[in-house]
Design a protein around this ligand. Sequence first.
Ligand code: ADP
Length: 249
Amino acid sequence: MGIITTKNLNLYYGDKQAINNVTMEIEKNEITALIGPSGCGKSTFLRVLNRMNDIIPNCKTTGEVIFDDINIYNSKIDPMLIRKKIGMVFQKPNLFPFSIYDNIAYAPKYHGKKRGEIDEIVESSLRAAALWEEVKDRLKKSALSLSGGQQQRLCIARTIALNPEVILLDEATSALDPISTYNIEDLLGRLKKTYTVVIVTHNMQQASRIADKTAFFLLGDLIEYDSTEKIFTNPRDKKTLDYVSGHFG
Ligand code: ADP
């Protein structure tokens, strides 16, 4: 069984169904890419995986999302705990207007870590996010003084600081230049040894470069889910073939 498994998952925004009966297993220590044309439900599906959809008004789910043998939609579970274990990085870096150090230290402090421990967490998270060498002499400077690519790596470091098992990234490189994008792709390739990574991307080259598995969504349906190689070279479904060969989307 995968690290996260969805079973007959449906999601509704009011009366409108955005995810239709999706059953899917996400494998541990792999990169899984969610692809499909705009509006097909990729971001919605990603948000379901750590209950980020809870904060959207009129949003309802049915079905199950199993993580560590439990349904994360079980009402007794604290969603904050889920989001610690399954971290999320967004399209636009959502840093606090604090220093680089404090952006990472904020959550560990909240969770009761002591000063010395926090220094260690800040350094090890920045190292893991391949940012330490660039920022070690300016930890007290504002996080907002960093470049877009560095800010996204800081968002990844902030997620890592909570010792997650899974990192979700929603179009996290779509606003970045090719070199910053390469740096993040390279980083994700290293992070999957320790974490499980799920990305939403509208960039098919990105999916084919870095993902082990790829899921193709269309109008809320999971059309096909397989090894990335199979999806891009020999898909089962004609709709997948049409999409990956650029006939629509
Ligand atoms: P994608 O990430 O593939 O572009 P989304 O998951 O953002 O697609 O959207 C899937 C569908 O759900 C779209 O029809 C979109 O308009 C709708 N949708 C997304 N977010 C909301 C929301 N907060 N409220 C209502 N409808 C939404």
